[in-house]
Write a protein that binds this ligand. Structure first.
Ligand code: SAM
Length: 275
């Protein structure tokens, strides 16, 4: 069986499961924001599946296009919102168009589900904004939690954020707002592969500001401190990409738009005076 067909049959089996459980879905004129997880279909929670299967309007932004048929198997009304990404267009315009599309359906009295990949509330402006605007208009709106890239990273790299604490920053914000670093805590940097870019570019991003990121890290950590460029697999049977390099060997070319950078704490007995 081809991978797309396998995903579709997993999605169909999942729909049968939520039908058997009889999970209630909200009435019309409502918004549910759901997340589809990172690994296609297999990381969907049962409550997200129930909401998606019971939607009158199912709008989605899924990272991996091979999942689109499987989403249609969950609910044939599914439609993508990715047409709002335009070459060279500022992402804020794209997000506003998505919010307006979602809200128009909710205001029309439909039971709407907006499904985004990963956790829908992590590093995803249009989901939070849609919930805010629906509630401001007096309509019921909720967000269902889901598996984010960070959750996959904790599992794949064996990181416990409680062990020393964890800072999580958007990479451009981290560099240009000079966010604080605690070298004794875990540090996660999101969107390192689009650093310094506010527009959507399907043919690659200009990462000329990447040395600023390396410079900031090199001032806070020993130069040989190992960091990991991490990408969780989108395919259910895929394996994670985890490239471990010293800070001074970090290069823009090693990044993709799906990369998250993980910087482990320095060992607690390491004195800052030695670097
Ligand atoms: C717009 S944010 C979306 C995050 C998503 N909502 C989540 O819960 O993971 C995009 C960023 O998430 C991270 N990301 C997305 N997919 C990833 C993957 N497969 N592995 C690692 N990080 C990923 C990267 O930092 C990427 O630049």
């Amino acid at each position: 069986m081809e991978r797309d067909e396998e995903l579709t049959s997993v999605a169909q089996a999942a729909v049968r499961l939520i039908e058997a459980l009889g999970i209630a879905v909200p009435p019309g004129g409502s918004l549910t924001v759901a997340g589809t997880g990172i690994r296609a279909i297999t990381q969907l929670t049962v409550e997200s599946l129930a909401a998606m299967a019971g939607a009158e309007v199912l709008l989605h932004v899924i990272g991996d296009p091979t999942q689109e048929d499987a989403i249609k198997a969950i609910n044939p009304v599914a439609e993508t919102l990715t047409m709002y990404y335009g070459e060279g267009l500022e992402r804020t315009h794209t997000y506003e168009a998505m919010v307006q599309h979602i809200l128009a359906e909710v205001m029309a009295g439909k039971r709407v589900v907006a499904a985004f990949y990963g956790h829908p509330g992590v590093c995803t402006y249009p989901t939070h904004e849609s919930v805010r605007r629906a509630r401001a208009a007096g309509l019921p709106a909720r967000m269902l939690p889901a598996v984010s890239a960070e959750d996959c990273l904790f599992a794949d790299l064996g990181v416990d954020p409680e062990d020393g604490g964890c800072h999580s920053y958007e990479a451009t914000d981290f560099v240009f707002r000079r966010r604080l670093i605690d070298p004794l805590a875990h540090l996660l940097l999101w969107q390192v592969g689009t650093l310094g870019n506010w527009t959507y570019e399907s043919n690659g991003y200009d990462l000329s500001s990447f040395p600023n990121l390396v410079d900031r890290l090199a001032r806070a950590y020993p130069p040989s401190h190992p960091v990991t460029i991490y990408e969780a697999p989108f395919a259910p049977t895929g394996v994670a990409r985890a490239l471990r390099v010293p800070i001074t060997s970090l290069r823009a070319e090693q990044m993709t738009p799906a990369s998250t950078l993980y910087i482990p704490p320095v060992p607690p007995d390491t004195s800052p005076s030695i670097w």
